[in-house]
Design a binder for this molecule. Structure first.
Ligand code: HEC
Ligand code: HEC
Ligand code: HEC
Ligand code: HEC
Ligand code: HEC
Length: 202
């Protein structure tokens, strides 16, 4: 069962009941139910809902309209495992002068002055038994959007790509000895991505 679970989309209990019960009753069986789940999984419809963040920070404004590069705020991506969430200081780079009269910006100023970090809620989270590192993927020229979707268009970031084991393995297998999609605009500098269980599992 565990291995089956790894390939199924993530569902909240509520989504499971909302999709599962009508599918079994109306569709007349488990097969229909599973087919619906797989289609929803592939389209990202069952991805986790966005958590409520302490400040209404908007990626479509900052990374989209203003065009601030992802790496300005997420500094670790090409050198370490974690992409990192920016510190209050990085917001103050602009918000010590920009829009200081607005309520949402006052929350940033208060955090900065009282030296308390902003408690951002995690959107993407691997289970504890999984090891993931950004560095290798960014060095292999894989775009952020491959795994996170079009974040520069999102007002609130939510998980839209189903990052289960099947997704990881599909790309690793494709890269193993071949290249990722011939239509990828960036040359992939590696000719193998690891397939051993121990690379991804602690
Ligand atoms: C001005 C700073 C800033 C820029 C620029 C920025 N981000 Fe973010 N990003 C944040 C903050 C703050 C959070 C935490 C709050 C949230 O989730 O919205 C975050 C969260 C995220 C998350 C969710 C993290 C999690 O918990 O799983 C992803 C994914 C992400 N950003 C990707 C991107 C990408 C891709 C770009 C470029 C297109 C980008 N960001 C540009 C500040 C920034
Ligand atoms: C190959 C897939 C993949 C790519 C490419 C990728 N990410 Fe991630 N990202 C993930 C996964 C998986 C997690 C969850 C990691 C965990 O929980 O250990 C994550 C987590 C994050 C987080 C949350 C904080 C953290 O460090 O865990 C941020 C922010 C983020 N990614 C931003 C980015 C940005 C910006 C880029 C492009 C420069 C990018 N990611 C490229 C898969 C990817
Ligand atoms: C490179 C400059 C820059 C950085 C860095 C930056 N911002 Fe902004 N931010 C802006 C600009 C410009 C606006 C638009 C102000 C306006 O509407 O006139 C804005 C608007 C906002 C708003 C909307 C304010 C409102 O109520 O209208 C919020 C919230 C915000 N930023 C949060 C953040 C957070 C949190 C960070 C750090 C993770 C951050 N910003 C980093 C430039 C920046
Ligand atoms: C779009 C393609 C793609 C996706 C999706 C992807 N990977 Fe990878 N991954 C790669 C490539 C290519 C490499 C090899 C990079 C190299 O050897 O330089 C790699 C390497 C790795 C490594 C080895 C890192 C190291 O330091 O040697 C780990 C661990 C890993 N991936 C975990 C994951 C996990 C977990 C997921 C799913 C959440 C995932 N990957 C999704 C393409 C991908
Ligand atoms: C490229 C990375 C990668 C490789 C290689 C990999 N896994 Fe996984 N595996 C994952 C990820 C990511 C998850 C978590 C999926 C989720 O929670 O949605 C997972 C989940 C699992 C689970 C489910 C645990 C649970 O209940 O959540 C099992 C069992 C598992 N893997 C076994 C294996 C075995 C056995 C191998 C070797 C044949 C293997 N994995 C190779 C990435 C990988």
């Amino acid at each position: 069962m565990d291995i089956l679970k790894a390939f199924l989309p993530r569902l909240t209990g509520r989504q499971f009941l909302m999709i599962g019960i009508p599918a079994v009753v109306l569709g007349g069986g488990l097969v229909t139910g599973l087919a619906v789940l797989i289609i929803l999984g592939a389209t990202g419809a069952t991805a986790r809902p966005a958590p409520t963040q302490p400040i209404a920070y908007d990626h479509s404004l900052h990374a989209g309209d203003l065009g601030i590069p992802c790496e300005f705020c997420h500094r670790g991506t090409d050198t370490q495992a974690a992409a990192t969430i920016p510190s209050v200081e990085q917001c103050m780079f602009c918000h010590s002068v920009v829009a200081t009269d607005r309520d949402e910006i006052k929350k940033i100023t208060t955090a900065f002055e009282s030296n308390t970090p902003i408690e951002w809620m995690r959107v993407h989270r691997m289970p504890d038994h999984v090891r993931f590192t950004h560095e290798a993927h960014i060095k292999a020229k894989i775009e952020c959007s491959t795994c996170h979707g079009p974040v520069e268009d999102m007002k609130t970031v939510k998980q839209v790509v189903n990052l289960n084991m099947g997704t990881c393995l599909a790309c690793h297998r494709d890269t193993n000895g071949r290249s990722i999609g011939a239509n990828n605009p960036h040359p992939i500098s590696v000719d193998s991505a690891p397939m051993d269980c121990a690379i991804c599992h602690k």
